[in-house]
Design a protein around this ligand. Structure first.
Ligand SMILES: Cc1cc2nc3c(=O)[nH]c(=O)nc-3n(C[C@H](O)[C@H](O)[C@H](O)COP(=O)(O)OP(=O)(O)OC[C@H]3O[C@@H](n4cnc5c(N)ncnc54)[C@H](O)[C@@H]3O)c2cc1C
Length: 423
């Protein structure tokens, strides 16, 4: 078993992807080379701006090369939570925005010819309890009525075998709008597009400080100093205290994945007859799918920490995977890995400006399409093509408590475990 990410093992950083030297000056410095930073860079480079992407490791090192590759409609905060926080007009706006974000990825991979196994395969949310399935029915009717959304339908427990080769769930909610891709191929393809359009990609250039200097900023990096007219912080779950204040709005939580050896085609067809993306209806949810080369990828959060031992993670995720799919008992686990999600207090993505420095983050484990689209909109903002983005217009809760996440996250995890038992 390898304790490395399956996606980059199969699609490593392309050898022809340039790694540029640090320039002395740039129009826009983007800190972080995941989907947020690269989509912003793409828009800016196409608009003719001089853009430099600064990455502390190698391109795409963060969550963007190691996620589940699942794009599902909506935000992490449920539509009803968004409605409760911001009212019907905003809830409708954010819902449509989430759909547009998936279309945006679809459009980008086609336009930039990114070969990343993108597929409009749909997803199934599986009901962990009978009451959850009843909730699915109400939710679908309500979404049709209030949002005119008709892409989802329920599948009863008796018919669930048409969607999943498992007996443990009480029904499913199928949404045909959702999509899947290979995350590493996507992030490297984006980086190649960004470089092709003239932006600089500077690796091993961790930013350690950002200071205002007249009408520009000076960034200290591991490779020296760079001056920039504008800065975009695109560091999500890897955000540190480089921009004081930004870290107070987001905190890291670990997500863990295992992937089996490739499965025989007949077993693949039994486990996932329509090759959907899956997640269950728990708070401590599991997400799973077949990979393009026919493995079962099974992920989740064993607790909320970012430093769980990977062998311990294999034991916990492997046990749960076999509970869901007894057919996988004895199938070797080939890969196990982890990465950091960026969590916000209200489970909403956030964008804004702190002391003149722009930021966009907080996808709460739901960022493949959302980070892509918010990155694009931040790029348009910095290119002067728009004056605002919707996620800049909502209140952004921040607290110094984020600095003490190691102490309070175990209590939050315990709370969610109790909720999963009770609701
Ligand atoms: C295991 C896992 C599974 C997931 N599964 C899904 C899924 O199936 N569907 C979904 O929608 N979302 C999923 N997500 C979430 C999704 O991957 C993220 O929301 C998305 O990739 C965030 O992109 P980003 O560009 O904002 O941040 P990232 O891709 O995390 O990039 C941030 C980058 O900033 C760099 N950085 C940080 N600080 C500095 C600095 N000071 N100087 C320079 N560089 C810096 C980091 O090295 C990193 O490369 C998952 C995440 C994980 C970890």
């Amino acid at each position: 078993m390898q304790t490395t990410n399956l996606w980059t093992s199969h699609a490593p950083r392309p050898s022809d992807l340039p790694s540029h030297a640090l320039p002395a000056q740039t129009d826009v410095a983007i800190v972080g080379s995941g989907y947020t930073g690269l989509h912003a860079a793409l828009v800016l480079a196409k608009a003719g701006a001089n853009v430099t992407v600064l990455e502390q490791e190698t391109i795409g090192f963060g969550a963007s090369c190691r996620n589940g590759g699942m794009m599902t409609a909506g935000l992490k905060a449920s539509v009803k939570e968004v409605l409760h926080m911001y009212g019907l007009a905003r809830a409708r706006e954010f819902w449509q925005w989430s759909l547009d974000s998936i279309d945006h990825v679809d459009h980008t991979v086609a336009e930039e010819k990114i070969d990343c196994d993108f597929s409009r395969c749909g997803h199934v949310e599986t009901a962990f309890k009978p009451a959850h399935f009843e909730g699915f029915k109400d939710h679908i009717a309500w979404m049709k009525d209030q949002f005119g959304y008709a892409s989802a339908h329920v599948v009863s427990r008796t018919d669930l075998r048409t969607e999943i080769g498992s007996e443990v769930y009480f029904g499913g909610l199928v949404d045909e709008f959702s999509a899947g891709l290979q995350p590493a191929k996507y992030v490297f393809g984006l980086a190649q597009a960004v470089a092709r359009h003239g932006a600089r990609l500077v690796e091993n250039a961790g930013v350690t400080a950002i200071k205002r200097d007249g009408n520009q900023f000076r960034l200290s990096t591991a490779k020296g100093e760079i001056a920039a007219r504008e800065v975009l912080l695109a560091t999500n779950g890897y955000t540190t205290n480089v921009v004081p204040g930004a870290r107070m709005g987001v905190f890291p939580v670990g997500s863990y994945i295992i992937a089996t050896d490739p499965l025989p085609p007949a077993l693949q067809a039994e486990l996932s007859p329509k090759n959907r993306m899956f997640f269950d209806s728990k708070h401590f949810l599991n997400y799973f799918r077949l990979t393009p080369d026919g493995r079962m990828l099974f992920g989740g959060r064993n607790n909320l920490s970012t430093d769980l031992d990977l062998h311990e993670s294999v034991r916990a995720l492997g046990t749960r995977m076999v509970e869901v799919f007894p057919q996988l008992k004895g199938v070797p686990i080939a890969h196990t890995w982890t990465g950091k999600l960026g969590i916000t207090f209200d489970l909403m993505p956030h964008a804004g400006r702190i002391n003149g420095i722009h930021y966009a983050y907080g996808y709460n484990g739901h960022g493949v399409s959302i980070a892509s689209y918010l990155g694009k909109e931040m790029g348009e903002l910095l290119a002067g093509k728009r004056t605002s983005v919707p996620f800049m217009e909502i209140k952004h809760p921040r607290s110094f408590i984020t600095y003490f996440d190691k102490f309070y996250l175990p209590f939050v995890a315990a709370y969610y475990r109790v909720l999963d038992r009770m609701t």
